[in-house]
Design a protein around this ligand. Structure first.
Ligand SMILES: *Cc1c(COP(=O)(O)O)cnc(C)c1O
Length: 279
């Protein structure tokens, strides 16, 4: 992309989308030690939450099928409204889908208790898969790097991936700065969540590149997503990775980076979730 050349930046793309076709990208990273924990606690089912296009639901459905857990997915919205490829795949992997009206969906703990309070065989995975147990799996991204970078970027929905990357960088005492591009409006509140997991580990969250809010798209974003595929052969989706890349481009234009900087952007996967929206 021209702006990177113009500003003398070297930008790299880590293909975490290639980890697995359904347990994709950061969802695989986050689930890894969560599933270990569930297994150790002798749980036989996983229950979790997600929107109708949730990459997380799909990842849990497939991971459950792969590693021998039954799965239950609470889906935000009305069953009759939402028939889409993501939920169809969840169903194919054997996930039991429970549809929850939007006004009821807010308090996950209450909802979970309403259905499964007395069932000890179920392991509760938070929405998006972000929790303390998820961080070491994400930190392993840093272990895999064979070069050093000045900056690493991820898209941030809950901030779990950002927190895990920060942990990975801190544990190796690297100088790399870890950044998240918030894909939701009012992303500052993510800092509270993130700091519950990592109180003193440095990271930067950019909250000005959400382009209207979660899953909101606009012509420029869709065009960018499309052109990216056409010019690279790599599919990204508009909700996370495309927004992140457009954020990094804007920061580059604004001279946020020193000339000569090496920047790693993570393709966090999730192409399934984006397909229904973008094209
Ligand atoms: C879920 C998801 C994210 C958000 O990750 P968080 O850990 O919730 O910040 C980013 N990219 C993709 C493709 C996702 O599916």
């Amino acid at each position: 992309m021209d702006v990177f050349q113009e500003k003398q930046l070297s930008v790299y793309f880590k293909r975490d989308d290639l980890i697995h076709p359904f347990i994709s990208g950061n969802k695989w990273r986050k689930l890894k030690y969560v599933l270990h924990d569930a297994h150790q606690k002798n749980k036989t089912s996983l229950a979790t939450f997600g929107g109708a296009f949730s990459n997380h639901l799909l990842a849990v459905a497939c991971a459950g099928a792969t590693f021998g857990f039954k799965t239950i997915g609470f889906v935000r919205g009305d069953e009759l409204e939402i028939k889409n490829p993501v939920l169809r795949m969840c169903h194919l992997f054997g996930m039991r889908l429970i549809f929850i009206a939007r006004n009821e969906y807010r308090d996950k703990e209450v909802l979970y208790a309403k259905y499964f309070k007395h069932d000890d065989s179920i392991y509760f995975v938070p929405e998006g898969g972000s929790c303390l147990e998820a961080l070491p799996g994400v930190a392993e991204i840093i272990d895999e790097l064979t070069e050093s970078y000045d900056h690493i970027f991820t898209a941030s929905g809950t901030g779990g991936t950002l927190a895990g990357l920060a942990v990975g960088v801190a544990s190796k005492a690297l100088k790399t700065q870890v950044h998240g591009i918030a894909v939701i409006k009012g992303g500052d509140y993510l800092n509270q969540e993130i700091q519950k997991w990592i109180a003193h580990t440095p990271y930067t969250l950019h909250t000005d590149f959400h382009r209207g809010g979660y899953a909101k798209t606009d012509h420029e974003l869709v065009l960018f997503t499309r052109n990216f595929a056409r010019h690279t052969g790599i599919v990204i989706e508009p909700i996370y990775t495309a927004k992140m890349l457009m954020g990094v481009m804007q920061l580059s234009r604004d001279d946020y980076f020193k000339p000569g900087s090496k920047i790693l952007c993570i393709h966090t996967g999730g192409v399934w979730g984006g397909i229904g929206l973008a094209f």
